[in-house]
Design a protein around this ligand. Structure first.
Ligand code: ADE
Length: 234
């Protein structure tokens, strides 16, 4: 057990797929894993371990934002000896450079957040994916005939804001989309010498207010889930 995860030592696999939403973790476990076992449900943040094509894989939620993914990824890496976390999430597009349903493989995550500075003494405002899992995702996408665009993204603390203009940091680092977790995950993985990647599906376009409907989400996220699972096999 760790402070926020009640699984026993050994009940979490070396590779973890991490959606933001606990119910998405449940959906993936029930629809894509074999013999999935619920190993933690502390605070309603579900973690499951099962097998995919014979390989043991865990899937569990990060929650939203750096504080939440910071806690779960740190405990997975340090208390459960997890080697690799693949975040699978959604993002909002800042412009028509990205389209609804696009899949992005995050190369770098830029943020105004002080999370990495105050957690680990890192001064950078941009962090790269960690280890070789990003390259494995790119190779796997090609094998599957999927387009997973390697891109920088903005990781923000803010979902609702007064000023609708694209934040300066997104322009500075050429980030066509925004989410709220990758920067925290990459900073933790860098500090601990672990592997981390983030795959995102574009769920909304901010200036046009287009979005993927709740009904479309399940089908929309399937290619990203399969990409993450196939990459996790390698
Ligand atoms: N995740 C999905 N859409 C988002 C948005 N518009 N802003 C931040 N995170 C998001």
């Amino acid at each position: 057990m760790s402070v926020h995860i009640s699984a026993k030592k050994g009940e979490i696999a070396k590779v973890v797929l991490q959606p933001g939403d606990p119910l998405r973790a449940k959906y993936i476990a029930e629809n894509f894993l074999e013999n999935a076992k619920l190993v933690s449900q502390t605070r309603g943040i579900f973690y499951y371990t099962g097998t995919y094509k014979g390989k043991e894989i865990s899937v569990g939620a990060s929650g939203m934002g750096f504080p939440s993914i910071g806690i779960y990824s740190f405990e997975l890496y340090t208390e459960y000896e997890v080697d690799t976390i693949i975040r699978i999430g959604t993002c909002g597009g800042y412009s028509s450079d990205v389209k609804l349903f696009d899949i992005l493989n995050v190369e770098n995550a830029a943020s105004e957040s002080t999370y990495a500075k105050y957690a680990w003494g890192f001064e950078e405002e941009i962090f790269s994916h960690q280890g070789n899992i990003f390259d494995i995702i790119n190779e796997t996408a090609e094998e599957l005939g999927l387009k997973a665009k390697a891109t920088n993204i903005h990781s923000s603390d803010i979902f609702y804001r007064k000023d609708p203009a694209t934040p300066a940091i997104a322009t500075k680092y050429n980030c066509p989309a925004v989410e709220m977790e990758a920067f925290g995950l990459f900073a933790n993985a860098k500090h601990l010498g672990k592997n981390a990647a983030t795959i995102l599906t574009v769920s909304d376009i901010i200036p046009t207010q287009e979005f993927i409907s709740a009904d479309e989400r399940e089908t929309a996220l399937k290619p990203m889930i399969e990409l993450a699972l196939e990459a996790a096999l390698k």
